[in-house]
Ligand binder design. Sequence first.
Ligand code: DGY
Length: 319
Amino acid sequence: MPLPLVAVTRRLPAACETRLDALFRVRWGDDATDYDAARMLALAEGADALLVSAGDPVPAAVIAKLPASVKVISTFSVGTDHIDIKAAKARGIYVGNTPGVLTDATADIALLLMLAAMRRAGEGERLVRAGKWTGWRPTQLMGTHLSGKTLGIVGLGRIGAATARRAKAFGMNIAYHSRRPVPEAETLQARYFANLDDMLPQVQVLSLHCPLTPETKGLVNARRLALLPKGAIVINTARGGSVIDEDLIAALTSGHIAAAGLDVYANEPNLHPGYLNLENAVLLPHLGSATTETRAAMGLRAIENISAVLAGNPPVYGV
Ligand code: DGY
């Protein structure tokens, strides 16, 4: 019996590639490919499993045409908004993801963005690199500090709670909005808001940690930005689709929102060009989980999901 065939859209950390090669026949995609439907289907031809990454689209139209041999779509990500899960379920194809192992890495990036946005680190770095720094001045690049400010978290799941723990260490107060109160909120002394609109006027920093769903699409819009106090900061390490870019860009331009720290964007990697010239936008290229440790752990989870399904079980981390 030949080993099962796994089609993999992207190159993976070395430990994951070695493991895949030991367990399966592997058809490797590459990092330069833009996976439209035709390319995804060509890669999946005859495969038993498809291993995709965040941002590789697997819409219903692709799922409908996947060969019957494909039993599982395993994504190298915790987010699953790039896969039509309903369509996969309807075809009896399992979907697995990688929860739990990118919590700390992503929370670190949320704090990094918060600090960078509030202390104007991007502007300062550009000033130095451009050779335009004329020396220490009492009024130069003044930002605000985290301590004493209230952080409003949207979605107090694993990553939201890890971000809140870090923010508390910086002396911040925590407020949160999620569908229901979360037990962990007690140890964080976090104030619950059932209604997001009621939380916004109370927070100086808003940080998104919610999955992209029909309910959270376009959540941060002009009306909600106006509810934040003047000078508030917006941080997004979740999904770009939860923010209406034009509205955030307008608020950053008017100064109502003092700064934004963004790691994710609608239509990555083609972010809205309006961000690029804004000094008060700190822009990272979706680095949330990008540590050596985390990426290896994500890959191993994605492989575990495939092994489980090809052994006749549901994925270990099923969606
Ligand atoms: C995920 O896993 O969904 C992340 O966005 C990738 O860092």
